[in-house]
Design a protein around this ligand. Structure first.
Ligand code: SAH
Ligand code: SF4
Length: 363
């Protein structure tokens, strides 16, 4: 057969091998194949305002541009696996990432005792890493070690996906999900720029709290960068002897150094720091710890968030009884330290960080 007379069938455009995630890049770095600048604004609007979940639906973009984007970029980094609700309206979302890992985010619609005052804020608790390298003895997130950092897009897409599935506009963020946010500092800052941007998710830095187990040099970096982010410290022990037992990070950055870094943060940011204090039976619930905590909180003018321990399957830790919890809290209250006992939101759906993912990995 003489093939020269056959019309030439164009080769199908093969997708590029590893397409980057569009959300990981700043809009000014998106390759739009030479399209005029107003196309970039349209694309931003499709992604962050209209929340399009494919390039195909972006009807006012030319077809060529849409197929160029499709070939060069991925759009959705997270696939919803489960979105469990709980009796107290906390909802926990388990997501699968592009290459199969799992992360989780927790939506807390109203948080009467999250930071003391009653509020109708919709708070989202976000993950920053797959697993965690810090291995706190009580925590589900560190049980299987650290796997990888989340990319900027994987961090901020959690907000977009939860809004898509949860139907509520989120206006308060806490980085208290899986992972150590300050160990993924650069990606976190890039994600926060999109979260803050008026063209992006438009949530102000004042409504964002970063929780850390105590990475001293990164706390200082956080103080030195310009954003007015809030800081929470997972203290969980007021002395080195207690903290050393449960948080290996304390060997590297002991309590005195941690408190100095907090003082530095406060001198730069003029913001009240929160000490998170999980109460674990027989480990850190002694009244001397409460008295020492008063001294630390006074010096720094910090507030304290007491959290009765959430039991984790496979770990041998328990929360103290009510009497002990109240005796501990009374010492703080009598000393006029601003203090809350976090209500048990999400206890029934294993909302302590890393717990839902752990179930998924084991099943
Ligand atoms: N890595 C960061 C942020 C994620 S952990 C940090 O440690 O601060 C978020 C909070 O959940 C921390 O205060 C952590 O100590 C707490 N947490 C972990 N496991 C818990 C459990 N089983 N019950 C209650 N709180 C828990
Ligand atoms: Fe990591 Fe925070 Fe869990 Fe410690 S408490 S293992 S730092 S996630």
């Amino acid at each position: 057969m003489n093939t020269s007379t056959q019309p030439r069938i164009p080769e199908p455009a093969a997708p590029l091998p590893a397409r980057p995630l569009l959300l990981d890049l700043k809009p000014e770095d998106w390759d739009l194949a030479g399209a005029p600048e107003y196309r970039r604004r349209q694309l931003i609007e499709w992604i962050y305002t209209k929340r399009a979940n494919s390039f195909e639906v972006m009807a006012n973009l030319p077809k060529d541009l849409r197929s160029h984007l499709e070939r060069h970029y991925r759009l959705n980094p997270l696939e919803l696996v489960t979105g469990q609700g709980s009796g107290d309206t906390t909802r926990k979302f388990l997501f699968q990432l592009h290459k199969g890992d799992y992360i989780e985010s927790v939506l807390i619609p109203a948080s009467p005792a999250l930071y003391g005052e009653r509020s109708d804020r919709h708070t989202l608790c976000l993950s920053t890493q797959v697993g965690c390298a810090y291995g706190c003895k009580f925590c589900a997130s560190g049980l299987d070690g650290w796997k990888r950092n989340l990319t900027p897009g994987e961090i901020h897409a959690q907000i977009m996906e939860v809004e898509r599935h949860g139907g509520k506009k989120i206006n308060n963020l806490v980085f208290m999900g899986m992972g150590e946010p300050l160990a993924n500092f650069d990606n976190l800052m890039v994600a926060i720029d999109v979260i803050n941007a008026d063209w992006g998710l438009n949530i102000g830095a004042r409504h964002i709290t970063i929780s850390t187990s105590g990475l001293v040099p990164r706390i200082r970096d956080l103080a030195d960068q310009p954003r007015q982010l809030r800081l929470a410290i997972s203290l969980h022990g007021a002395s080195n002897s207690v903290r050393d037992q449960i948080m290996p990070v304390n060997k590297k950055y002991p309590v005195e150094e941690l408190l100095e870094a907090c003082a530095y943060f406060q001198s730069k940011k003029k913001k009240m720091i929160t000490f998170e204090y999980i109460l674990i039976e027989g480990i850190n619930d002694q009244l001397e710890q409460a008295r020492l905590l008063v001294r630390h909180a006074r010096k720094l003018h910090a507030k304290i968030n007491l959290i009765p321990y959430n039991t984790v399957e496979g770990l041998d830790w328990n929360r103290p009884n009510r009497k002990t919890i109240h005796a501990f809290a009374d010492i703080l209250k009598q000393a006029n330290i601003s203090c809350t006992i976090r209500l048990e939101k999400g206890h029934d759906i294993a909302a302590a960080c890393g717990q839902l993912r752990l179930k998924q990995i084991k099943s």
